[in-house]
Unconditional design. Structure first.
Length: 303
């Protein structure tokens, strides 16, 4: 366990993180199965209650009529119970109580968000194909719609993530920040998560490549930003958590640093209007799509 994670008792930290009700979305694909394993690992850590949710959303079922939809949902429920039995037999549900929810909806993201609110989920876990460009334009992204609209943190597992290497190798959490209030607010939860998991923590700020001219000017800017990063940390760990400043493209640099530092998780505080995302949720989606570890996105609640 890193030196900074010594103050609270683990039970107290776990209570602060509060992942007691975890919704795991699955469509039985390789992408969602990988995300499910990460979600269950979190659930075992926090002894959480899990809702395995599958949404039947093929347009073909709607055209075929209600009887076909009912049959498809029934088959989905049967598959879900088979899956739960396999997980139980493999010891993956130890300390975890599990519900199953299979429903039909043409808009899978909308239905998942509805279920998460009704079920009062503390965390949503899902996988994504990481489609970008025209493929994403035409097909959309359920993952992006989820972390745009979720009222709780969302852990997204992208196509570059490998199970279980990034979870079991070198536990380290990367927290990129633009110093915005939304991002800073997410840091407290990130620290608690690192303490509960016994993970190291690294703070990162990515400045524009054009920021500062000349080696001396760039060094002065870097020193100032590093000081500002340390100023975000509680006094008890301010000198124990490494900070890093890089210059370049935001999402590419975040992914590059996460890979270089062998991080097991990226935590991002999201907002709509300015700063790290500069009004474009696309940047966060690009991190999710390219990162070689899961990404936990946290957005402020909208009153």
């Amino acid at each position: 366990m890193p030196a900074f994670a010594v103050s609270p008792a683990k039970s107290e930290v776990i209570a602060r993180v509060g992942f007691k009700r975890i919704l795991i979305a699955t469509d039985y694909s390789a992408f969602s199965n990988k995300a499910m394993h990460y979600g269950l690992a979190v659930a075992r850590t926090y002894h959480s209650k899990v809702n395995l949710v599958s949404i039947v959303s093929s347009p073909g079922f709607a055209l075929a009529g209600p009887e076909v939809i009912s049959e498809a949902v029934g088959l989905g429920i049967a598959d879900a119970y088979v899956l739960r039995k396999k997980l139980e037999d493999g010891g993956l549900l130890e300390g975890v109580s599990t519900e199953i929810d299979v429903e039909y909806c043409a808009d899978a993201a909308k239905k998942l968000l509805e279920i998460s609110r009704e079920w009062k989920a503390d965390l949503i876990v899902l996988g994504t194909h990481g489609r970008t460009g025209m493929m994403k334009f035409w097909m959309g992204s359920v993952a992006e719609k989820i972390f745009r609209g979720a009222c709780c943190p969302v852990m997204t597992v992208g196509p570059a993530v490998v199970w279980p290497a990034t979870l079991q190798d070198s536990p380290k959490i990367l927290f990129p920040t633009d110093f915005s209030p939304e991002s800073v607010k997410a840091l407290d939860g990130c620290i608690a998560l690192a303490e509960a998991k016994g993970s190291a923590l690294l703070l990162l700020h990515v400045a524009p490549a054009s920021y500062g001219e000349g080696d001396l000017r760039r060094k002065a800017i870097t020193n100032g930003l590093e000081t500002r990063l340390r100023g975000l940390l509680p006094h008890r760990i301010a000198n124990m958590v490494p900070v890093r400043v890089e210059f370049g493209d935001v999402h590419k640099t975040i992914c590059s640093v996460a890979e270089e530092e062998r991080c097991s998780l990226i935590v991002m505080g999201l907002h709509n209007e300015k700063g790290l995302l500069q009004g474009h949720w696309e940047h966060a989606y690009q991190v999710v799509s390219a990162a070689n570890c899961p990404v936990l996105t946290v957005r402020p609640l909208v009153e």
